[in-house]
Design a protein around this ligand. Structure first.
Ligand SMILES: [Cu+2]
Length: 480
């Protein structure tokens, strides 16, 4: 079999044969009866659903663990085979949406035009964020993967989420916290921004009903490969549970199939697909590299040595809204000295971590938040500055609202952790660390006007200006 190539959607002609086959396949699945495992809705329900009909194949998506990347790779693989058969094109390959390219941050054109039922890729607002079908663009911080790529370890053994691919678990989990770093950003923040307050993409129980879901996830799958290309000890897990736990899907004939992690590590040799930017010779991570990666992961001390360096004070919830919010995290002098010593000897076990604990939402916000430390008064927030630590999105967060009952097994409050070691080092070098409390600033980040436009539509602007509040129990700074 020839290897199929998943291409950047922006490189495909809107009226070319690849898009035609993709549209044909999607339309065919959408026309099938929802009880057909190869139908559009059944496939979306495998990810998540609020349909109370008992079905062991539904609501299987893996979030908040090291199964996140592998489960979604399997899910997309079987979906793509179903699409190929439905379109009558064995070479059909799902495109990907490379929103990290500054010129490609608008929802790809074929997903928003034509704006009627003749277009199987179109979903109207409010099932998408207001404005996104007009060509509104994702903000640059939302699509940034640089902090995720700095992590060398695929998983973390201590439940911290301080890893590229997510925490190590002994069994699958539908909605776990914290999410791993690539899952948190760009994955989660893109979901929230594309879906907005009421859109399908904001909620795992509806997300895969929007055709853009599949191009978001092929891009996340591609970023997994690009991360491995960076070398430096980056490698896939050899963990037995990750490699052998068996997940269930359906093939193009509607037959149940099973797959596990060891079946999907080589996309070309095992799954018959590549990405158009795969390097010609992908270096195969050697055993030595894998050993290094595991040593790094274990070198954190597996949670035995996690020290509190500072915590926000008071029992009132921190409330995020539309205006910037500043939270003070006092730190003792002894803590400061200790941090200075850690900066002087930067090894993996000396990482410094900012934690947002007990994150609650009543309904889905229309924005995500950029998080900064020690941002000087009056300074324009810049996600490329050394003050920026990362972004907070809300995908798979359980609202305390009507949907809550359906999000089984999920904790009432989410958690997000950022490795701020590099930020603290940079602040220290510039004399912006010593002698001050750590100030954490939250700044909203919403859709930007379409290219060439002055502003968002009034409805899209109103949605951002009336975004639902977010509550955080406390902000802490700890060792890793
Ligand atoms: Cu997703």
């Amino acid at each position: 079999m020839a290897t199929n190539t998943r291409r950047n959607i922006y490189s495909l002609l809107p009226d070319g044969p690849e898009i035609a086959a993709f549209r044909r396949g999607v339309a065919a699945l959408q026309a099938r009866s929802p009880d057909d495992p190869t139908s559009w809705l059944y496939q979306a329900n495998i990810h998540g659903t609020v349909d109370p009909t008992p079905n062991p194949a539904w609501s299987q998506c893996q979030h908040g663990s090291f199964f996140f990347l592998s489960w979604h790779r399997m899910y997309i693989y079987w979906f793509e085979r179903i699409l190929q058969a439905a379109a009558g094109d064995p070479n059909l390959a799902l495109p990907y949406w490379n929103y990290s390219n500054p010129a490609q941050r608008a929802l790809p054109l074929v997903f928003r035009q034509p704006t009627d039922t003749s277009n199987p890729l179109y979903v109207p607002a409010p099932q998408r964020a207001l404005g996104i079908n007009d060509g509104a663009r994702l903000p640059a911080s939302v699509v940034s993967f640089s902090s995720a790529f700095r992590f060398v370890n695929f998983f973390d053994p201590d439940g911290s989420g301080l890893s590229f691919g997510g925490q190590q678990v002994s069994e699958p989990g539908h909605f776990l916290f914290p999410h791993g770093q690539l899952e948190s950003q760009p994955h989660d923040v893109v979901h929230t921004t594309v879906g907005g307050e009421q859109g399908w993409m904001s909620d795992p129980n509806f997300a895969a009903q929007d055709p853009i879901f599949w191009l978001h996830h092929t891009n996340i799958d591609r970023l997994w490969k690009r991360w491995l290309d960076q070398g430096g000890g980056r490698a896939n897990p050899t963990d037995n549970t990750w490699s052998t736990f068996s997940f269930t899907f359906f093939d193009e004939n509607g037959q149940q199939v099973t797959m596990s992690g060891r079946d999907i590590v080589d996309t070309v040799g095992q799954l018959n697909y590549r990405y158009d930017d795969d390097p010609a010779n992908i270096p195969t991570p050697s055993l030595a590299h894998q050993v290094t990666a595991l040593a790094l992961a274990d070198g954190t001390g597996a949670g035995l040595f996690k020290a509190m360096l500072g915590a926000s004070e008071g029992t009132n919830m921190i409330e995020l809204g539309t205006q910037p919010v500043k939270v003070t995290v006092p730190m003792e002098d002894t803590t400061r000295n200790r941090v200075a010593a850690m900066i002087a000897a930067p090894v993996v076990s000396n990482r410094i971590v900012l934690n947002l604990e007990g994150i609650h939402i009543d309904r889905m916000p229309a924005v995500t938040y950029e998080v900064y430390i020690n941002l000087p008064e009056g300074q324009q927030p810049d996600y490329q500055s050394h003050y920026y630590v990362g972004s907070l999105g809300f995908f798979a967060f359980k609202p305390h609202g009507p949907h809550a009952a359906h999000m089984q097994g999920q904790q009432p409050g989410g958690k997000r952790s950022f490795d701020i070691t590099g930020n603290v080092q940079a602040l220290h070098q510039r004399g912006e660390w010593q002698g001050r409390p750590v100030e954490v600033t939250f700044v909203t980040s919403g859709l930007l006007p379409p290219a060439g436009a002055e502003s968002l539509s009034p409805e899209a602007t109103a949605a951002i200006q009336s975004t639902a509040p977010v509550h955080i129990e406390r902000v802490t700074i700890t060792t890793a």
